[in-house]
Design a protein around this ligand. Structure first.
Ligand code: ATP
Length: 441
């Protein structure tokens, strides 16, 4: 059954709260606008998204390494990168109803889209959060919360390249928090002021930038598809020249068809040698790479796939949400890719007696001992217990019934097909592991 898109977001928001995926930050104080907390299931899902990204970008590759740079950086970083002068959004206010908009999100700047009132002139608004380092709050102590993780990679370019003895083409990846004082946050976790990015800077010889740009666009689009997002809900949008950021030669967005419309999930940019050159000039320390073969220095070009962990998590939630059947037979299922599911297996003794709980407990312990996140549930009728697991995307339910005690077998029920098959109790861990095993995605 298709859920109307205007209702889908509110359905997802309430499912997230009810089942412990995402809560409003500081809820008991009325909440803090645009800030969200991940609950027990949400934190597992988001960690799985980040781990899937890390596996495909770092663990499974020979040409990419990771770093974890600090959020606070020398203020000169932001001067050199152009963020201090140019990391602005155009802001307009309605003179009548006082609503605030991003001018580039409006089709018509003649009147307020809410009340028809007159809009102010466009003002440039810098998105960086400021704070002070140390006890004295004066200008010399001003530092910024990073608005992107990329700069931590650029300033460490030579540290990483030399310590890891790498040669372009190679990449440096990072997952971490970024902060932007967004003018119009909203759409749940889609646009927030504190969020997590998954960025990778791929350093290439200057003549190879275009081929690597194409390569990364394809790789990243496939990553979403391989992790279960429907192809029809994904598209690549190449930026027009007038849209490009100050550092970019080319840029494309991977967009997802969210219930509120096609919106950016991830950007892939050709940042040229802009950042390495700017930091070399501003710091006086050259970040040029020394090529042993030609015995000369050059500034590599950079291709950057920049994704958001929160946006990706939201897309996986929305895309996997499904309601099967109608009325009282309706079943809500999160058809998450098993590698992303917060809980991989639920262990369900059919009844609370006759030795079933003991056998179930043994299987549960074995699953946990093998790092398979599992859940034990002996309350309510079995159908109800299946429904609870379907709703949070658990791919396998393991049921222990009276036959189990006789022949030491259990039933495994698959979430999507609802098919059930029997396996030896002793092989549950092996069977589930195989099914959730992450191939090289
Ligand atoms: P937008 O146009 O939506 O403001 P952007 O083009 O400024 O995004 P980038 O600078 O390319 O975004 O950042 C890379 C990724 O970081 C985005 O594709 C998105 O997934 C994530 N991201 C950026 N801003 C936010 C935000 N305010 N909240 C959540 N995720 C964000």
């Amino acid at each position: 059954m298709a859920v109307p898109s205007q209702d889908l977001m509110s359905t997802i928001v309430s499912l997230c709260k009810r089942r412990g995926f995402i809560f409003q930050s500081s809820e008991i104080y009325g909440g803090l606008n645009s800030c969200w907390d991940y609950g027990p299931l949400g934190v597992e899902l988001k960690r799985n998204v980040k781990e899937a990204w890390w596996r495909s970008m770092v663990t499974n590759r020979r040409d990419i390494v990771g770093i974890d740079a600090s959020i606070l950086m020398h203020p000169k970083v932001w001067e050199a990168s152009g963020h201090l002068a140019g990391f602005t959004d155009p802001l307009v206010d309605c003179k009548a109803c006082k609503s605030r908009f991003r001018a580039d999100h409006l089709d018509n700047l003649d009147k307020c889209p809410k009340c028809g009132g007159q809009l102010t002139e466009i003002r440039k608004f810098n998105l960086m959060f400021k704070t002070f380092m140390g006890p004295v709050e004066d200008q010399s102590a001003t530092v910024f919360m990073r608005p992107e993780t990329a700069q931590g990679i650029f300033v460490n370019f030579l540290n990483v390249q030399q310590s890891s003895r790498l040669k372009p083409p190679f990449g440096i990846a990072q997952i971490g928090k970024s902060f932007r004082n967004e003018i119009t946050p909203g759409n749940f976790t889609y646009r927030t002021r504190e969020f997590e990015q998954m960025e990778m800077e791929f350093f290439v010889p200057p003549t190879e930038d275009e081929q690597w740009y194409d390569y990364w666009k394809e790789q990243r689009l496939n990553w979403y598809k391989n992790h279960g997002i429907k192809s029809d809900n994904l598209r690549m949008r190449e930026h027009g020249k007038d849209e490009l950021a100050h550092y970019a030669k080319a840029c494309a967005d991977i967009e997802y068809k969210f219930p509120f419309g096609w919106s950016e999930l991830e950007g892939i940019a050709n940042r040229t040698d802009f950042d390495l050159k700017r930091h070399s000039e501003a710091s006086g320390k050259s970040l040029a790479f020394f090529d042993e073969e030609s015995k000369s220095h050059y500034f590599p070009y950079v291709v950057e796939p920049a994704a958001g962990a929160d946006r990706a998590t939201l897309a996986f939630l929305v895309d996997s949400y499904d309601v099967e059947g109608e009325g009282k037979d309706a079943r809500t299922v999160l058809r998450l890719h098993p590698s992303l599911s917060p809980i991989k297996a639920a262990v369900l003794p059919l009844v609370k007696r006759d030795g079933m709980p003991e056998m179930a407990e043994k299987i549960y312990k074995e699953l946990l001992d093998n790092s398979i996140k599992s859940f034990y549930d002996h309350t309510a009728a079995i159908g109800r217990r299946y429904a609870r697991q379907d709703e949070v995307g658990t791919p396998f339910c393991i049921t222990i019934d009276s036959q189990s005690l006789e022949d030491q077998t259990v039933t495994i029920r698959e979430r999507d097909s609802r098919e059930q098959f029997r396996v030896a109790a002793a092989s549950v861990v092996e069977t589930v592991s195989k099914k959730i095993k992450v191939k090289s995605l």
